[in-house]
Design a protein around this ligand. Structure first.
Ligand SMILES: [Zn+2]
Length: 342
């Protein structure tokens, strides 16, 4: 199955922070760039290990980026290391008592963002002859438990593992039962290596893993895992729009995203772990990013009137413009189901 696009819906309100707090978010991303610049130079491609040499492709928000000549993966000039992770992954301070408004926000995010992701996986596995009630899934890097909850709501047996104690507590509190287990970073590989679950999901996770080679090896070695469902950020228009708008917050490339995938690097990764790409769903937020950069730049230039007109004329076009980008294959995000070969 190759699926494209999804309507924007109310997403613009969920992401309004990016519009309203550009300077604050930009400063945060700049600090993360400084932390990455303090790390050693990256010597080889994160995915295929080809030496990084020759000319950079471009510079964006302080960082140089190199396109791998073999797998087209986009790598930052500096390496993501444990020291970098220590600096940038700060455990959010989740309160212990949640208001009704918190719960409402959680449910809305679950419904709008995560249920469609779960439904896609359920549809793909159905095509492979697996009924939703027979799906047993482990979600790696489960965060606040959204994806596990979404899978459960569709009838699957799903649980998750997560490093952050605060997020596990939050997720379990929101679910009203234990859906996630806290596991220390150095035990995650072991958990993947030994799971008896057939489906492993990693939604927005692989790009953050420092020891990605170890994780991939664990998946390869555990023959119980027949399907890998992943979502990763792609080298796409978003990255180029960001490079051309240096005074705007770079959501996609920069911050904790130190490298971006390509169709080729995903194929390379699948091959390396003995999997094949079975299904994909491309839907980016490239046009939304572009729209945000135009709005922010107009504001910065003292042009609020033009921003008003832009909003009125441009917003209704976002879904159709993004659909064109999605079908071009150069979109910011992909969801993919990989299937073990043989
Ligand atoms: Zn490569």
């Amino acid at each position: 199955m190759n699926k494209y696009s999804k309507p924007l819906g109310d997403l613009i309100n969920i992401k309004s922070d990016f519009f309203e707090h550009n300077d604050r978010n930009l400063a945060m991303a700049d600090d993360m760039a400084d932390a990455l610049l303090a790390q050693p130079l990256r010597t080889k491609c994160k995915i295929c290990h080809t030496p990084i040499e020759g000319e950079k492709l471009f510079t964006s928000h302080k960082m140089d980026y190199y396109l791998c000549p073999v797998c087209s993966h986009l790598n930052s000039s500096h390496e993501d290391t444990d020291a970098f992770a220590q600096k940038v992954y700060i455990d959010d301070d989740y309160a212990c008592n949640y208001s009704a408004a918190d719960r409402e926000r959680y449910e809305k995010r679950l419904e709008m963002i995560y249920v469609p992701k779960a439904q896609f996986l359920v549809d793909c596995l159905k095509e492979d002859g697996i009924n939703v009630n027979d799906i047993r899934l482990l979600d790696d890097g489960a965060g606040s438990g959204y994806f596990v909850r979404a899978m459960q709501s569709l009838g699957a047996d799903a649980c998750g593992i997560e490093i952050s104690t605060a997020q596990v507590r939050y997720a379990n509190e929101m679910a009203g039962k234990e859906i996630l287990r806290q596991i220390d970073a150095d035990k995650i590989t072991e958990a993947i290596k030994t799971t008896d679950r057939k489906v492993l999901s990693a939604i927005g996770v692989l790009e953050h893993i420092i020891m990605l080679d170890e994780t991939l090896e664990a998946i390869k070695c555990n023959e119980n895992i027949k399907y890998l469902y992943l979502s990763v950020p792609m080298f796409s228009f978003s990255a180029l729009f960001e490079a051309s708008h240096q005074s705007c917050y770079n959501r996609h490339l920069g911050g904790t995203h130190t490298h971006l995938f390509s169709d080729k690097s995903l194929e390379y990764m699948a091959e390396r772990i003995g999997f094949e790409i079975a299904h994909s769903w491309r839907f980016g937020s490239d046009i939304m990013d572009l729209y945000r950069f135009l709005c922010v730049t107009l504001e910065q230039g003292g042009n609020p009137g033009a921003k008003e007109v832009l909003s009125e004329k441009f917003l209704p076009l976002i879904d159709s413009l993004q659909a064109v980008v999605d079908e071009s294959g150069f979109a910011s995000e992909i969801h993919m189901v990989m299937r073990r070969k043989g």
